[in-house]
Design a protein around this ligand. Structure first.
Ligand code: ATP
Ligand code: MG
Length: 574
């Protein structure tokens, strides 16, 4: 391909709204352009990388026995009503009406459509297991689209759905996808880590996220410094204390704490560490009041609270609700005498007694609280977010944190959609059984951003060979000179003949511009043809990743190049 005839609008400056490096470089390298918030056009160079990522995904999905289909973007509301998600999905679902006033949405995911597809037609156990996938554009009206391709509103996803006869089969399908994902992200030369995304249920994990490790990641991963356990902190389990406290303490006693609303204020006022306080958080869980308790220095994890109550919605109570339930302004709620709803305490609170808590009375706290003695009904549960230094729930060694970008998600769905949409099959005995499902997503466009987050330097992108838009850039420094141009064309044909995708920069630009653009666009190999070099019988080469330069002879170029290329691939571990 000749740069002079291609649309590669590189820029010196990134637009002001680009915060992360991948967003800046994708725009500057002329790979994408923004249409409107969270919605981008793929330009020729960018699209080549996107297609490379999609093809790796496709090859490994096919190899794992999944079959490619293509489902529609527009989905009828009736299906979403059947699954119950029309009411629950919230504002990320972009809804609209057709000319007949019928409701539709743009698909943010395809569980409903795929289940509708197979119900009624997949009827026999002989047709199972089956795995269907697509690589298709999704739309989610994200509340905060940002970081370019990383959190778009319109984005490319690979989504696969498995259908099995029973749980054991579904576990095998899950494992196959898990292994396929490891191959996919390894082939893309990404540094990644599968992490537990749901560790709540006993008997195994039913969800893993594949995280690309990067400082700019929106997710925080907790990982063990001793074993290979790791989990999204949204879900990471915290073990109960090794031993429950059996002691008690003196009787409760009220203390006035005028205008001391926050944990810090109360600690300062009473001169006690936050570890001695109970933080009481009031929530509306599916419309009902709940009091959730954690130690004063801890963070309550709303996802754990939601899972504990198997709730659809968990929102912090409003100041009015707090006053209504506790007879006090915000800051004085406590478990002793709280009767508005159930009380659930983080199990860490088992480990101690003699707590300080709010008194459900303005400007008042209670000293010497012993939960087991002073609160008639409450439950212990794992409610707080894991912290650095906590013990690994698997091996007991300390836990550390890292940042990650979620590029993939494997999920065992069970019968949620097959029950709701009545997807059943007849087993060997002619008996009706519900199909067990799994779903498996990869953010193909997010992968492109994640790849650039991991592979860049001050000069631009340094593409790993598998995702580079072209294998190599051939720079002709002197396109006006017929001899140099002829030599560049000859090398272009030779390299193309070796099966390589070559981008030939034949623009009438200064060499400096070309060098800068070559580093910005970041193809793994650069071959530079210039008059001075040719006079000495050489061309220059540069390994974009390492920055290492060299010279290859024009005579016997093919062999010398093949050897140099090997060294470039080797630095990518290939
Ligand atoms: P997130 O927590 O980042 O919003 P999610 O849990 O909503 O992700 P899934 O529903 O599991 O994501 O979707 C599958 C994959 O699609 C994700 O692993 C991610 O790579 C990608 N993805 C999800 N939302 C977006 C988005 N707004 N922009 C780009 N890719 C996305
Ligand atoms: Mg999301």
């Amino acid at each position: 391909m000749r740069w002079s005839q291609w649309y590669i609008p590189t820029l010196k400056e990134a637009p002001g709204d680009a915060e992360v490096i991948s967003h800046k470089l994708l725009i500057r390298a002329g790979m994408i352009r923004k249409l409107t918030s969270g919605i981008y056009t793929w330009l020729p160079l960018g699209l080549r990388t996107l297609n490379k990522a999609a093809n790796i995904v496709r090859e490994e999905m096919d190899r794992a026995g999944a079959q490619e289909i293509l489902m529609p973007t527009v989905q009828p509301a009736d299906l979403w009503r059947e699954s119950g998600r029309w009411e629950h999905y919230g504002k990320e679902l972009l809804r609209f009406k057709d000319r007949h006033e019928r409701d539709y949405c743009l698909g943010p995911t395809h569980e409903e459509v795929v289940t509708d597809l197979i119900r009624g037609e997949v009827r026999s156990y002989r047709q199972l297991p089956m795995n269907l996938y697509q690589i298709q554009t999704k739309f989610r009206d994200e509340i905060r689209p940002r970081f370019g391709l990383m959190r778009g509103r319109e984005f490319l996803m690979k989504d696969a759905y498995s259908f099995d006869r029973d749980d054991a089969g579904a576990d095998i399908s899950y494992k196959k996808m898990f292994e396929a994902y490891k191959k996919i992200f390894s082939r893309m030369a990404l540094q990644f880590r599968p992490v537990e995304a749901d560790s709540g249920s006993i008997g195994g994990n039913f969800s893993h996220e594949f995280m690309v490790l990067a400082e700019t990641g929106e997710d925080t991963i907790a990982y063990c410094t001793g074993c290979d356990w790791s989990a999204n902190i949204e879900r990471a389990a915290v073990l109960p204390p090794a031993k429950a406290c059996e002691e008690t303490c003196s009787a409760i006693e009220e203390v006035t704490t005028p205008d001391q609303h926050t944990i810090e204020e109360v600690c300062g006022f009473l001169k006690v560490p936050a570890q001695k306080l109970i933080k009481t958080l009031l929530y509306v869980v599916d419309g009902k009041p709940v009091a959730a308790l954690v130690r004063g220095d801890r963070e309550l994890n709303e996802i754990k609270l939601k899972n504990y109550f198997k709730a659809d919605e968990v929102v912090l109570a409003s100041p009015e609700q707090v006053t209504q339930w506790t007879n006090a302004p915000v800051g004085f709620a406590g478990p002793v005498g709280f009767t508005a709803g159930p009380i659930v305490a983080d199990h860490e609170l088992m480990a101690d007694t003699d707590w300080i808590a709010g008194a459900n009375k303005a400007d008042t706290h209670i000293l010497h609280v012993d939960l087991k003695r002073d609160v008639p009904a409450f439950a212990y549960a794992d409610l707080r977010s894991i912290a650095e230094g906590d013990v690994c729930p698997r091996c007991g060694k300390p836990v550390a944190f890292a940042k990650g970008i979620e590029v993939g998600h494997v999920f065992k769905l069970g019968t949620k959609y097959s029950t709701a949409l009545n997807a059943i099959y007849l087993d060997e005995n002619g008996k009706e059984q519900t199909i067990i499902m799994g779903c498996y997503g990869i953010g193909v466009s997010r992968v492109v951003a994640a790849c650039i987050e991991q592979n860049n330097d001050g000069d631009g992108i340094a593409f790993p060979p598998p995702l580079a838009p072209f294998d190599l850039e051939l720079l002709n420094l002197d396109p006006k000179n017929a001899d140099t141009a002829a030599k560049a064309d000859e090398l272009y044909d030779l390299l193309t003949g070796m099966g390589l995708d070559v981008l030939l920069d034949d623009r009438e630009e200064r060499p400096g511009v070309k060098f800068k653009d070559a580093d910005l666009v970041g193809l793994p190999m650069q071959v530079v043809v210039g008059g001075k070099g040719l006079a000495r019988g050489i061309v220059e080469v540069k390994n974009r990743k390492t920055g290492e330069k060299g010279e290859l002879p024009v005579e016997g170029f093919a062999e010398a190049f093949a050897a140099w290329r090997k060294s470039v691939l080797a630095c990518w571990g290939m």
